[in-house]
Ligand binder design. Sequence first.
Ligand code: HEC
Length: 168
Amino acid sequence: MAKKKYVVHTAVISGFFMAVSLFAYLLISHHMSMPDQVTQGRAVLLSNGQNAIERIKPVGNLFMELPAEVVVTNASISASTLPLDGAQVFNQSCAACHSSGIAGAPKLGDQVQWKTRLTKGTEVLYVNALNGISGSTGVMPAKGGNALLSDAEVKAAVDYIVDKAKTN
Ligand code: HEC
């Protein structure tokens, strides 16, 4: 009887030790491969700057284009609150070229000349009026060559031009 108990005890104890050493083996071998995974992960993460930009970019993108009715409201607000409204800016800084169509400038109110330009969208026209553009018909200087104009004033002048191109 005592012998049988001894055998059972021995089996249980050695089984327990086997389980523990198997667990230890699995645990250690699992962690042994960890540094590789970490290096790999870091390599992918740090591979180039493009990736970093991708990773840190904001979750949402800001959509800057305003619906047409908001743009119209903005134009009327800026006309009353800005030092110069669109028509004033135009007369002061844009008319030299755009009223008569000098040097390839599309003429104010000429629907035909403005038609293709309007299809670019007002945002593009803003950018080109602010930064200038050397296009197919001539050279448009940045802010019409008047660096003292604020961005809002130039945009108001573009709104004025766009408005005339549509209605005249
Ligand atoms: C020195 C002459 C000159 C002055 C001053 C000038 N422009 Fe122009 N503008 C041009 C020319 C030339 C073009 C055509 C460029 C091209 O070939 O696309 C042009 C084109 C434009 C366009 C159309 C751009 C496009 O993408 O098609 C806008 C909008 C514009 N001008 C706005 C203005 C505004 C607003 C002012 C005043 C703040 C102004 N311009 C003053 C010569 C001028």
